[in-house]
Design a protein around this ligand. Structure first.
Ligand code: AMP
Length: 552
């Protein structure tokens, strides 16, 4: 017999509001630290829903955010989907052209923008791409000078009723959306239905997920524009726990202060963030980590040394793997019961540094080049396929991408992995030609095209080199045309790329070579290029590549 209602986000909001009305939500904004309770949160979320309804927005409309992590952004997390509309979080760190493409492709009806990001959005704004946008809302109480009309968030919601008669929303209704740049070509939209977010929330709350309880104080440092901050605003609410949002561009000092003063027990972010905190403490700054129980690290591999460092400070690292396409958590490297007694500390670290055990609710398989499933022996490798209730079945309006990236109901992740006898997944390579720097994607293909657009460049290949701070950094190998001055050319290319792309896309170096190695079919072979330069120090901060499995 079917259940009484659909699997949607509404019951999580209802439960927190009614069972934990006094639990706090704390937020560092451009105005300072703000704090209120679930009771007030629920009131403001209802006011937001009324304001949107009055502005003619509701079920089926896509509403975007362009924001850092703070309480107002969190209000849109329930205010928009619980209304039956779709929360589309845009990554403000993308190049302008990608932002234009995303807004146009998603046909967003409104955009909520942080004051500190308004200039960035204004730079990306063009009337054609933003044609669908009827309302801009600035996340504060005033509006700066902009090339479009906007209203301040506080006046947008002010005076509205603090109760909303939330509709019963279908579980198949799209509730969220996020674009991934982790593939070649234009960013691809992934839609999350109510049911996908419900399932992801339930699984991640469990001990074999992220293990969030009502006495936790949860601080997602991972941006809320990155796959819903790994779903933590939802799972923290479902658990009835306290939220802490670190606001715009938090420095290690800000994080340290929030951890100490708010008693943070669980926090989450990419390795670069934690390296910053580590360095801050190593520089002699005393930070009290005694309340902090768990640091969730994901987005890129958690270095073993980082796991050990946190262990030494009495903080447990939970290493997680996931993708935009799966809302995003797929596996978590918990130690299975029994293994703690069986394994030495080094062996335990080895397991904990792997991408881990698939979370309850999902299935996976690993397929080699011949289409066969690889055995679980920790050595044979292949592409990781996953499926489950919160794994997307398609990209938004991208039939050609769907053909490549899905097989039946399996998502082909593009991650090349081994699986050991205990079922721990380990990423050993990436089939996709993209570079991940500090948790953000850089398209090598796009950089190559930009570089080869220069008349003095005959061939160019951009590869990611392993890096201690950013996990990967791009390096460009260029073959100049005859007679070109290599130094002047590198300078010219630097200027050209800086003009068109965010500064973190700029390759750390331009290395002149005679020829880009080619595969048998004449394509650029970056594998050969990487191997050729594996022993050379190409950029400052480079770390040696982990021994990759031999390819037969
Ligand atoms: P995104 O869609 O931006 O979340 O990126 C997903 C991709 O990031 C995965 O397919 C992996 O290549 C990489 N990734 C995510 N988490 C990890 C991790 N814990 N270790 C290594 N790579 C990761």
């Amino acid at each position: 017999m079917p259940g009484g209602t659909d699997q949607t986000l509404r019951p999580f909001l209802w439960r927190a509001e009614n069972l934990y009305p006094d639990t706090e939500i704390v937020s560092r904004t451009h105005e300072g630290i703000e704090r209120y309770t679930y009771e007030e949160y629920s009131d403001r979320t209802a006011q937001l829903a009324h304001a949107l309804t009055d502005a003619g927005m509701g079920e089926g409309d896509r509403i975007a955010t362009f924001c850092w992590n703070h309480h107002r952004h969190f209000e849109t997390y329930f205010g928009i989907p619980t209304l039956g509309a779709q929360l589309h979080t845009i990554n403000p760190l993308l190049p302008d052209e990608h932002i234009q493409f995303i807004v146009e492709n998603a046909a967003d009806k409104a955009i909520f923008v942080d004051p500190s990001l308004a200039e960035k959005l204004a730079g990306a704004y063009d009337a054609d791409s933003f044609d669908s946008v009827e309302q801009f809302v600035i996340m504060g109480d005033s509006v700066p000078d902009l090339p479009f009309d906007a209203v301040a968030y506080e006046s947008f919601i002010e005076g509205h009723d603090t109760e909303y008669d939330w509709p019963v929303v279908d579980e198949d209704q799209p509730a969220g959306m996020c674009y991934t740049s982790g593939t070649t070509g234009k960013p691809k939209g992934v839609e999350y239905t109510q049911q996908m977010l419900w399932g992801h929330t339930m699984a991640t709350m469990t001990p074999m997920g992220l293990g969030i309880e009502d006495d936790d104080v949860v601080m997602p440092v991972v941006p809320m524009f990155h796959v819903n901050a790994w779903g933590m605003p939802f799972s923290t609410t479902a658990a009835g726990a306290k939220h802490v949002y670190p606001g715009p561009s938090p420095e290690p000092e800000d994080l340290a202060q929030l951890i100490e003063e708010e008693g943070v027990t669980i926090t989450a972010g990419v390795p670069t963030v934690w390296l910053g905190l580590q360095e801050y403490m190593q520089a002699g700054n005393d930070v009290d980590l005694s309340e902090l129980e768990t640091v969730i690290i994901g987005g890129s591999a958690a270095p073993k040394a980082m796991i050990e460092w946190f262990d030494g400070h009495g903080v447990s690292v939970t290493h997680a793997w996931g993708m935009t396409e799966m809302a995003p958590i797929g596996s978590v490297a918990h130690l299975k019961s029994g293994l703690a007694e069986e394994l030495t500390y080094e062996e335990q670290i080895d397991r904990r540094a792997k991408q881990g055990l698939i979370v309850p609710g999902l299935e996976f398989k690993v397929i080699d080049d011949d289409g066969n499933e690889v055995p679980w022996n920790g050595e044979d490798f292949g592409e990781l396929y996953v499926r489950g209730p919160w794994v997307t079945q398609e990209y938004f309006e991208r039939p050609e991408a769907n053909e490549n990236d899905f097989e039946g109901n399996w998502l082909k992740t593009g991650d090349v992995v081994t699986v050991d006898e205990d079922g721990y997944i380990k990423i050993v390579d990436r089939a996709k030609d993209v570079i991940k720097s500090g948790g953000e994607w850089i398209s090598s293909l796009e950089l190559e095209n930009a570089i080869m657009a220069n008349d003095h460049v005959a061939e160019a290949a951009v590869v990611g080199v392993p890096h201690e701070r950013w996990q990967e950094r791009p390096v460009a190998f260029i073959v100049p045309t005859e007679g070109a001055d290599p130094d002047a050319l590198a300078e010219e290319l630097r200027e050209q790329i800086s003009e068109d792309y965010p500064k973190w896309w700029l390759p750390d170096d331009f290395i002149q070579i005679d020829e880009v190695p080619k595969t048998a079919t004449g394509k650029f072979s970056k594998k050969d290029l990487r191997e050729e330069y594996a022993d050379e120090d190409l950029v400052e901060g480079q770390v040696p590549e982990e021994a990759a499995p031999d390819e037969e």
